[in-house]
Design a protein around this ligand. Structure first.
Ligand code: XMP
Ligand code: MG
Length: 184
């Protein structure tokens, strides 16, 4: 489909699937079923996390509910600035709920630390993060992310929800782009 634009497959469809199952098993152990706070509330960060969110939710062996937020971080198309704007806020109050943010990728970590601050001010019972991907720079941030799918090199990646200029989200795997795509 995009064969001419993809330089390499970094993480295959099968690897994503297997790791998602592992993450779901380990995350589920931390949340008691039938808690007074209600079902675990997954908050997916649009649009990048869509595929991970839906696969992760189905792999979780506990009941969950789903909400979505869309944020945009000002900056170039391939790096973020840390100034975050809410494009779509939650529809529901999360006070007293166990909340798990479902992220596609943590790069500088600026978007996530902003989001954690914002959501913690809404007084959830607990607030944690699961991310499919994490880049090396993310170690600089002081957000404690317990569950990471894959640590990847500091390269721009696309696929499985991740885009370059809104393209390539529909690839079933995570890949890197040919430099010619950026320069055209
Ligand atoms: P920060 O730096 O705030 O960035 O952790 C997180 C957001 O930046 C986007 N991002 C990427 N998007 N391929 C993408 O398609 C990448 O390699 C990449 N690195 C960062 C993404 O929106 C993420 O939520
Ligand atoms: Mg994102």
């Amino acid at each position: 489909m995009y064969e001419n634009d993809i330089a390499s497959v970094l993480i295959s469809e099968e690897e994503i699937k297997q790791r998602t199952t592992e993450l779901a098993q380990s995350v589920a152990k931390r949340y008691p079923v039938g808690a007074p706070e209600g079902d675990l509330l997954l908050i997916g960060v649009l649009k990048g996390a869509i595929f991970f969110m839906t696969d992760f939710a189905r792999a979780l062996p506990i009941p969950t509910q789903m909400e979505f937020m869309a944020v945009s971080s000002y900056g170039s198309s391939t790096s973020s600035s840390g100034v975050v704007r809410i494009l779509k806020d939650l529809d529901k109050d999360i006070a007293g709920r166990h909340v798990l943010i479902v992220e596609d990728i943590i790069d500088s970590g600026l978007t996530l630390s902003w989001l954690m601050r914002n959501l913690s001010q809404r007084n959830p019972a607990s607030l944690e993060v699961v991310t499919l991907l994490r880049k090396p720079d993310a170690v600089k941030i002081d957000v404690d992310v317990a569950d990471v799918g894959f640590d990847i090199p500091n390269e721009f990646v696309v696929g499985y929800g991740l885009d370059y200029d809104e393209r390539y989200r529909d690839l079933p795997y995570i890949g890197t782009l040919h430099p010619k795509v950026y320069s055209s």
